[in-house]
Design a protein around this ligand. Structure first.
Ligand code: GDP
Length: 445
């Protein structure tokens, strides 16, 4: 069962409890049966599920709680806390410190998404204002350096590697030394994920770790491997001192319950999850917001961070326009551009409180994102004068055809955009101007 469905099932079990006239042991057992069944179907380890069940029962003392509404509240809180416990080893996650040269080593099996995650993380900290460099210390896999080089170049991240040097330990040391000399804040070292024999792979990881003395080692694991996650994580933990974990391929349709819960049980915190192949598809992981989001209760901290990281365009000009009752096509473009910068709409919607997985069902986020992108192509084909207008200039069919050819978008779609803009414009006209609500609030504009 994928995580969205798991969230929806637990949510509806909790909702059903709200409708029960009498809350007793029988009702609690029925609720736990439903929740535990859903967790097992999502690949969560049987032992952990059993433990969770016992813990909730221990927390809820039916005899002490007087009213049914109190019982409901305590049960719901206990379930929430225990779900958090499943994914939280209660260990603070390492974060690179500013003003220090931080070294981070990546380990994980080939194909887990290690190289992709290295670049995603580098880009993440670059957005936070850090000077980040990537080192490719994988000499086993042909093409590993080229892959890192390609990813890093696309994200404008400096990289280090060698086509001639065969010793990964030497490359790791040289790369770290060079970036240290150049005063980088964060140096990320990617290592090999496969060898002729497993023992050789672990020996190489140990040697690299001994040579570069990383401040933290991140273990990258494929989230789709289910129950096998537990033994894989333990095997890595025995060889290297795993500090943090990234679970990849947790895209909407992934069945990641096994990886997430089993890994957390090994004692290292999950710090990020990979949710797609693109650079932005990396989400910070914290137990409570994760569970909250899964249950459709939103993730406000994630939303705030996403918005802060984007350095959105200041829209003072637009605010002035709106106060005057004016809304140009350019104002519309700037707003839609801000929305697109936040990433796929499905992710943003998921962070909104109250957006339960059921409510998301009717909303085709991919289609909406596609439409926004085609709107951007249309805006790109307009002249500055057209963008600064109220759109009436497009009553002229010649202009419409020109924009359609330039943008590769059908005329009906351009007309749909202009229609939406006109509707917004009418609202703005009512709200703005000296007599409107916004005009009164901002008479100077
Ligand atoms: P490595 O061998 O561990 O370095 O793995 P790579 O970084 O080369 O990734 C292996 C494959 O997994 C590539 O095709 C990546 O695009 C893909 N991949 C990595 N992370 C994610 C993710 O979060 N979601 C999805 N869908 N694919 C991913």
């Amino acid at each position: 069962m994928v995580l969205n469905e798991l969230g929806a099932r637990i949510n509806s079990a909790l909702q059903a409890l709200s409708k029960e006239p009498v809350i007793d042991e029988k009702a609690l057992d029925a609720l736990l049966r439903e929740i535990c069944g859903a967790l097992l179907e999502s690949d969560v380890n049987v032992r952990l599920v059993q433990q969770m069940r016992l813990n909730v029962k221990k927390r809820v003392n039916m005899d002490e709680l007087a009213s049914s509404s109190n019982k409901r509240k305590v049960i719901q809180n206990s379930v929430f806390e225990e779900l958090c416990g499943l994914v939280d080893p209660k260990k603070e996650a390492w974060v690179p410190r500013k003003g220090k040269q931080n070294i981070l080593m990546f380990v994980g099996l080939q194909g887990s998404g290690k190289t992709t995650s290295c670049t995603k993380l580098a880009a993440y900290y670059k957005r936070k204002g850090m000077k980040v460099g990537l080192v490719c210390a994988d000499t086993f896999r042909a093409g590993a350096f080229d892959q890192l080089k390609q990813n890093a170049s696309r994200a404008h991240i400096p990289y280090y590697g060698s086509y001639n040097e065969a010793d990964p330990v030497q490359i790791a040391m040289d790369g770290v030394a060079q970036f240290k000399k150049e005063k980088f804040d964060l140096i990320i070292v990617d290592t090999s994920g496969r060898h002729r024999q497993e023992a050789e792979l672990f020996a190489e990881m140990e040697q690299i770790a001994a040579a570069i003395k990383p401040d933290n080692t991140i273990f990258v694991m494929d989230g789709t491997i289910g129950q096998a996650a537990d033994s894989q994580a333990r095997a890595f933990k025995e060889s290297v001192d795993i500090g943090s974990i990234i679970i990849t391929k947790m895209d909407g349709h992934a069945k990641g319950g096994g990886a997430i819960s089993a890994v957390a049980a090994t004692g290292s915190p999950i710090v990020f999850i990979g949710t797609g192949e693109h650079m932005h598809d990396l989400e910070k992981f914290s137990a409570r917001p994760f569970v909250s989001k899964m249950l459709g209760m939103g993730d406000i901290s994630g939303l705030v961070e996403t918005v802060q990281d984007l350095h959105l365009e200041k829209n003072e000009d637009m605010m002035k326009n709106i106060a005057k009752g004016v809304f140009t096509l350019k104002d519309m473009r700037d707003q839609l551009q801000n929305i697109l910068k936040m990433g796929p709409l499905s992710k943003i919607m998921g962070m909104m409180p109250g957006m339960s997985p059921e409510m998301m069902k009717g909303f085709d986020a991919d289609e909406s994102t596609r439409r926004l992108r085609s709107y951007m192509c249309i805006f790109d084909s307009m002249t500055e004068a057209e963008l600064g207008s109220d759109g009436k200039v497009f009553d002229d069919g010649k202009r419409l055809r020109r924009v359609a050819i330039g943008s590769g978008v059908r005329i009906v779609e351009i007309q749909a955009l202009l229609h939406q803009h006109r509707q917004f414009g009418q609202i703005v006209k009512k709200m703005g101007g000296p007599k409107g609500m916004l005009g009164k609030m901002n008479p100077a504009a």
